[in-house]
Design a binder for this molecule. Sequence first.
Ligand code: VG1
Ligand code: CO
Length: 558
Amino acid sequence: HNIEVISTAPFDGQKPGTSGLRKPVGVFQQPHYTENFIQAGLIAGLGDRLRGSSLVVGGDGRFFCKEAAQLIIKIAAANGVSKVVIGQNGILSTPACSHIIRKYQLDGGFILTASHNPGGPKGDFGIKYNIENGGPAPESVTNKIFEISKTISDYKIVPNLKVDISTLNTIAFKICGNDFTVEVIDSTTDYVQLMKSIFDFTTLKNYAKTKRLLLNGMNGVTGPYLKKIFVEELGLPADCCLNAEPLPDFGGSHPDPNLTYAKDLVDIMKQGKHDFAAAFDGDGDRNMILGHNAFFVTPCDSLAVLAANLECIPYFKTNGIKGFARSMPTSEAVDKVAQLSGKECYQVPTGWKFFGNLMDAGKINLCGEESFGTGSDHIREKDGIWAALAWLSVLEHTNKSVKDVLVQHWVVYGRNFFTRYDYENVSSESGDKMMELLTKLIEDPKTKGMTFSDPTGKSYKMANLDNFEYKDPIDGSISKNQGIRFMFEDGSRIIYRLSGTGSSGATIRIYVEGYEKYPNPQLYHQDAQEVLKPLVTIALRTSKLKELTGREEPTVIT
Ligand code: VG1
Ligand code: CO
């Protein structure tokens, strides 16, 4: 096997976003495009540890995963990597990749996914580099990848190295005298074992027998994991798993577990025949939890409820509960639980990479984001199936329905009403203009203390506003411009961000939160959209969103 050094030229825009590099498939298919990014990832991620290192490679099975996996093997081999561990047919969920890096003490890995973005030849593809703790590369590494990508002039490859990744096997090669091994492993075994070590599967099995559950893989990567865990291990009928076959184009759908894109599941749940449902995104790190009659648990509340009930899970009983964290736009519901239980609660920028240091330092063991991400320190990614099992553990332990668990939670802690408005695919120009306009408000000393009212007369006094900046408490690194925050005197918040996961144009996200503590529990049943209407009106008016984007309505409301 010969190593070839191929001349190449830089491509624009190979800057990893909130979670890796995401672009339309056609962009990755350009000659040298994917190769450049892999070479940059190896150098930035591993530096002088590159020779002799070991990596995991896995993806959500979307179109172009197999081609990219073969390229990674060829380029890794040429760069002196000694071992690549890869899921059979290239399939590994994002949580499984994270676990495999940790379990086998690998030096890092490539995850091939654009998460919940649609797939197929006309859809999106993505590549993410993860580091040796199993988590997404921190900004120091992703910035380096981008820097390298801007000046790259060649990459190394073993062009005629062909590896059969369809059968479980360990294959040894000699590359210019060096040993290079590819281990094709079963996609689910390690992850299923991990779940069995965290949760009490005997108790869950007995509980699951008495309930009607639905799990929706949305044609993404979780299908095989769902069948192993819920059908083989927990003994549920096979038809509890919906859309459980990973498809390269996700069946043409948008594998994003929310009320808009998982509407088919919501409709089934509305028929009232099931007690619990969960849906997962393309790469298996997001989750949506629904109760009887499609009762919807907001991800912010999900995090808070788990925080309040963690001790019913064996893993936390053994390890103790150190603290919690949430991304900045996520509601403060979990903070309320931390206050009452005397635990620390950290606030980090959007993106799972910011939780890694806190978990490594033993400061937190539960964290979450409003974007349907929940997870713990069992790995360094958010974990959809883990969240569903955690919820089942809570339901079993409390012997309550999903809705009753929530209502009881609100009675104790009050309710943080929350909603997010997404305006997808607006022009980058209008997105930037809106952020500029809001930045002017921050710079204007008059804004603080100003009263904002909606037409019905509800008013909110601005207590503070800024562009969120985060100083990592462990390594001291600083991340600026992480979202514009309006913080009102009554605890309500409005947050504006531009998405960092889109593949073209811009997506504006507006997050709105209002806190209520009612003497009458019935009031907690109010619709978040109704309760938050005045704040939403203020959010849209203050940002001139309609004027700047021409959009009357958001693309998605969560
Ligand atoms: C979005 C979410 C963020 C999440 C990220 C990756 O990022 O808001 O909370 O961590 O997606 O999730 P952004 O920059 O578009 O807002 V996944 O499941 O797409 O890897
Ligand atoms: Co995802």
